[in-house]
Design a protein around this ligand. Structure first.
Ligand SMILES: Cc1ncc(COP(=O)(O)O)c(C=O)c1O
Length: 340
């Protein structure tokens, strides 16, 4: 009963098969292999627009390298106060941008409050040599609260970005869960709504280690080869990273796995809502459930071997994440234990 995260699971069989398939013969190194060379076309087809795609191995690398491409060291990146880049990346965004400032904003259920963003941008920093210069906004899709920005919510932020000359980045470590969660197209949840560059996650969705930086504006990618190399993510045996990404896109595997994870999260949320004194904190739109529960229930779950993380400073809220390989029986067992 391990619900700590989605990276506690192994890899999907299709990914292991793709790795085995790629494990024969020789292949050019450093991304000049036949798998890596197919990525631009595969992602362009998925997103229905021309993309430039750069595989990396961690979500942090995808985020911070893409942010470095759109933010100078004297720039500001506006993000949610609970965003992964602000809380969980150990100042890598600041390091890889050469010192950019993360300006954190409030907002309900993990989404940036648009008025707070407008207020922050209304401070008159632009063009004043004493102030850091507004450069980018970064949003999570899905958010750190397991919610999903609808296309019009992204478009509202993108409009502010355009008005103020900022670029829009999307942390899509759980993009598959977001797309599966609200049944919109990959394009509608990204560039069509105004996203310039995104981190496309595969690891949490059943890969071994594979993420992609996807540029929807090829001109922003001009020096990215050098940034990736300097950041230590130009893998000599890149074929294995790229083979995982291609396998994810093949026959819609990425959505199949995400739908499985999301369905288990719905089952869990539905079950928790029937229990006394349990509150599910946010709309469950992807594969995460946040809930407050009576202390006795938390203790009973822990004593019974269930694993999950506390998710608020006061310890009252807890996070349950469903990965692609959770079964109905796994969730039912957790709910039975919770019910006592
Ligand atoms: C929303 C989000 N973005 C980025 C990351 C970073 O991924 P990694 O741990 O592979 O660096 C994570 C990982 O937990 C995440 O949840």
């Amino acid at each position: 009963m391990d619900f700590r995260s989605d990276n506690i699971s192994g890899a999907a069989p299709e990914i292991m098969a793709a790795l085995a398939d790629a494990n024969h013969g020789t292949a050019s190194a450093y991304g000049n292999d036949e798998w890596s060379r197919k990525l631009d076309a595969a992602f362009s087809a998925l997103f229905e627009t021309e993309c430039r795609v750069f595989p990396v191995a961690t979500g942090t690398a995808a985020n911070v390298l893409s942010l470095s491409a759109i933010t100078p060291g004297h720039g500001v990146i506006y993000c949610h106060e609970e965003s992964h880049i602000a809380v969980d990346e150990c100042n890598a965004p600041e390091f890889f941008t050469g010192g950019a400032k993360l300006f954190t904003l409030p907002g309900v259920a993990g989404k940036i409050d648009v008025d707070a963003l407008k207020t922050a941008l209304g401070q008159g920093w632009r063009g004043v040599q004493h102030h850091p210069q507004p450069a980018a906004v970064s949003i999570g899709q899905a958010t750190e609260s397991g919610t999903v920005y609808a296309p019009d919510e992204i478009a509202a932020i993108a409009a502010i970005c355009r008005e103020h000359g900022l670029r829009l980045h999307m942390d899509g470590a759980r993009f598959a869960n977001a797309v599966a969660g609200i049944n919109a197209s990959a394009a509608d949840l990204s560039w069509r709504a105004g996203v310039d560059v995104m981190s496309f996650g595969a690891t949490k969705n059943g890969a071994v280690a594979a993420e992609a930086v996807v540029f929807f504006r090829p001109e922003l990618a001009q020096d990215f080869l050098y940034r990736r190399k300097r950041g230590g993510h130009l893998f000599s045996k890149m074929r294995f990273i790229s083979a995982q990404l291609l396998a994810m896109l093949q026959d819609g595997l990425w959505l199949k796995l995400a739908r499985q994870a999301n369905a288990r999260a719905q089952q869990l949320a539905d079950g928790l809502r029937t229990l006394p004194d349990v509150t599910v904190a946010y709309p469950v739109q992807a594969n995460e459930v946040f809930a407050t529960m009576p202390d006795a229930m938390v203790a009973r779950l822990k004593a019974g071997g269930a694993q999950f993380h506390p998710w608020s400073w006061d310890g009252r809220m807890h996070r349950f994440v469903c990965s692609f390989d959770k079964t109905e029986a796994d969730v039912a067992a957790l709910l039975k234990l919770a019910a006592g």
